[in-house]
Write a protein that binds this ligand. Structure first.
Ligand code: NAP
Length: 319
């Protein structure tokens, strides 16, 4: 490959969670001057930075023995990438064209070109759509039992959902909570039978069938929830101090429909053991390609893999 035109960057990174920013740190230190198109602030956070912007204390990210607040952790990631020369655009990518190289990425009408692209657009937890969710996320309301279960030692809490995630999270949460109520909108779970049985056998778990959560009460922390019987319409209050929403996730992959290979639920497919997508020169990392682990540390690890894969691929193109 000949030397690319000067407006063609070596690398564009789309997304700014732990995966994208780790990829930015590594590629910036490799003198690849990455352009990070980091997305926009969400309705609950004044900065982009992925799902950790929606959490409070993070106690399981190695290196922080006293814990660290999620937004502070992401601010640190970003500052570390900027220190080595990563550039940032605080907007969303609106369109991509990966059909030929250099790859093209648009932010509204502005076009950016790059020899390689790392996709780290993450995933989002589905939410119930209640106004209180935005106020209370990270304050008793959570979408990650692995992350936040520890904070509910001795509490009575609820888990919403009826799939494998809800049952797995409820079972895990009984390590900490005194009582876990699984609230499900139907009268049978869709979770695997073996996981259901584990929950039925657990004395700390109770089922509330045919109910939906219609309000979460509390100003700065969860104090109780209102549940509605889907059969009778009766509304009642459940005194819980924690609510875990486990009604599924959606990867942020709309931009790549018909462009990058995805599984049937929309997660990007990568070559096992690597971050390579079906398009040579395009790499994917973090939750956008991981529906199993979904942790900041695994996302960061896969961001490192993507950076190294991209760096080696770029080297091979210029050899
Ligand atoms: P899921 O299988 O899509 O289940 C979502 C659950 O949430 C369903 O029970 C659904 O109810 C309920 N739900 C959806 N929208 C709702 C709403 N607005 N209000 C109330 N309830 C709502 O999602 P998942 O449990 O996250 O699992 C996703 C995939 O990962 C599945 O393939 C699952 O098998 C897999 N997984 C596997 C494991 C494991 O094997 N260890 C662990 C976790 C996840 P309905 O049932 O009425 O639709």
């Amino acid at each position: 490959m000949s030397t690319p035109p000067s407006d063609v960057r070596p690398i564009i990174i789309i997304g700014s969670g732990p995966a994208g920013l780790t990829a930015a740190i590594y590629t910036a230190r490799a003198s690849l001057a990455p352009l990070v198109i980091e997305g926009e602030p969400s309705s609950t956070s004044d900065q982009p930075g992925g799902q950790l912007m929606l959490t409070t204390e993070v106690e399981n990210f190695p290196g922080f023995p006293d814990g660290i607040m999620g937004p502070e952790l992401m601010t640190n990631f970003r500052a570390q990438a900027a220190r080595f020369g990563a550039e940032f655009i605080t907007e969303k990518v609106t369109r991509v064209d990966f059909s030929e190289r250099p790859f093209r990425v648009w932010v509204r009408d502005e076009e950016y070109r790059a020899e390689s692209v790392i996709v780290s657009t993450g995933a989002r937890s589905l939410m119930l759509g209640l106004e209180a969710e935005q106020r209370l996320i990270g304050h008793g309301l959570s979408t990650c039992a692995t992350c936040d279960g520890f904070f509910f030692r001795g509490h009575e809490i609820a888990v919403v959902g009826g799939g494998d995630s809800a049952i797995e999270e409820a079972t895990f949460l009984t390590k900490f909570a005194d009582k876990v109520t699984i609230i499900h909108r139907r009268d049978e779970f869709r979770a695997s039978k073996i996981m259901q049985q584990r929950a039925f056998d657990n004395p700390k778990i109770e089922m509330l069938w045919n109910h939906t959560v219609t309000e979460i009460n509390g100003t700065d922390k969860v104090e109780s929830i209102e549940v509605t019987d889907t059969v009778s319409g009766a509304v009642s209050t459940l005194d819980v101090t924690g609510v875990f929403i486990a009604i599924g996730h959606r990867p942020n992959t709309d931009l790549f429909t018909g462009v990058l290979d995805m599984d049937e639920t929309g997660y990007l497919e990568t070559v096992p053991g690597s971050s390579r997508t079906n398009i040579e020169g395009v790499f994917a990392c973090g939750d956008v390609q991981d529906h199993t682990y979904r942790q900041a540390i695994t996302a960061a690890g896969s961001g490192c893999m993507a950076a190294i894969d991209a760096e080696r691929w770029l080297e091979s193109q210029h050899a």
